[in-house]
Structure formats: structure tokens, C-alpha cells
Design a protein around this ligand. Structure first.
Ligand code: SF4
Ligand code: SF4
Length: 126
């Protein structure tokens, strides 16, 4: 096992090699929100070579005062619209939002490790 990731304040480690065989459970499954900052909106729009306004209309929806990424339903799963099942990966990986980059080290999971383990096979006790 190599390249385990750890973060101070978290009681678990993360093995990113598990992503290859996981099938993107953190990008699919239950419906959820992926929030984007203005800079992230501009970055992804640029990657997709879209005007920011067109990008927002096509791929985002308003949740309160923020924008979140749309989902598509595949069988019983709510997939992030950028999840590509043909490659089992993120189609905007280089520009994916901070919320995706920082998974699985979210404050929410600090006290909910069992819940996280059910979602992500890469979680190990530190
Ligand atoms: S759920 Fe965990 S192992 Fe699966 S793709 Fe996401 S981070 Fe990787
Ligand atoms: S933007 Fe990419 S990494 Fe984030 S949830 Fe969607 S498919 Fe997953």
C-alpha cells in the first residue's frame, strides 16, 4: 500500500489507489450538493470553452444563494453531471471544485467516520 493521505485532526487515512476500482461512489449514488465559488465557475467554464453564463445555465442550479452542479439519474443513482461512466472518472478533473478536491477530509466526516467508510472504500483507520 502506498501514498496514503492523512490530514491533521482526522482519525483516518485515505488510500487513493482505491479510486480505480471504486466506480466513483463519491460522485454518484445519493443526491447531494457540490457548491462552486465564482472562480471555480470561471475555471470550469474556461475548461469547457463556454461563456460563464452558458455554463451556469447548462450545468448548474441555484441552491439558496449558491450554485451547485446538476445531477443526472442513472438507474437508481444520482450522478454528478460531470461524472463520466465510460471512464469511471470526472470529466472536468483538472478544474474540479474544492469540495471534490478535499474529499474525504471534510469537517462533516470528522465525527462520522462510519458513514464515510460506507461511502468510500479508501478509508482506513489511522
Ligand atoms: S468514494 Fe473514495 S475510493 Fe471511491 S472514487 Fe471517491 S474517493 Fe475514491
Ligand atoms: S465535479 Fe467531478 S469530482 Fe466533483 S462530484 Fe462531479 S464528477 Fe465527481
Amino acid at each position: 500500500m502506498s501514498d496514503l493521505m492523512k490530514k491533521e485532526g482526522f482519525s483516518y487515512a485515505f488510500d487513493p489507489s482505491k479510486c480505480e476500482s471504486c466506480g466513483g461512489r463519491c460522485c454518484t449514488g445519493e443526491s447531494g450538493y457540490i457548491y462552486l465559488s465564482q472562480d471555480e465557475i470561471l475555471n470550469i467554464a474556461s475548461l469547457l470553452q463556454l461563456e460563464p453564463r452558458s455554463f451556469v445555465e447548462k450545468y448548474l442550479f441555484k441552491k439558496g444563494y449558491k450554485y451547485s452542479i446538476k445531477e443526472v439519474v442513472y438507474e437508481n443513482s444520482h450522478d454528478c453531471i460531470f461524472y463520466d461512466r465510460t471512464i469511471n472518472g470526472c470529466s472536468i478533473y483538472e478544474a474540479r471544485p474544492t469540495q471534490c478536491r478535499t474529499f474525504p477530509f471534510w469537517d462533516y466526516f470528522q465525527q462520522r467516520v462510519d458513514e464515510l467508510k460506507q461511502e468510500c472504500p479508501g478509508i482506513l483507520d489511522d
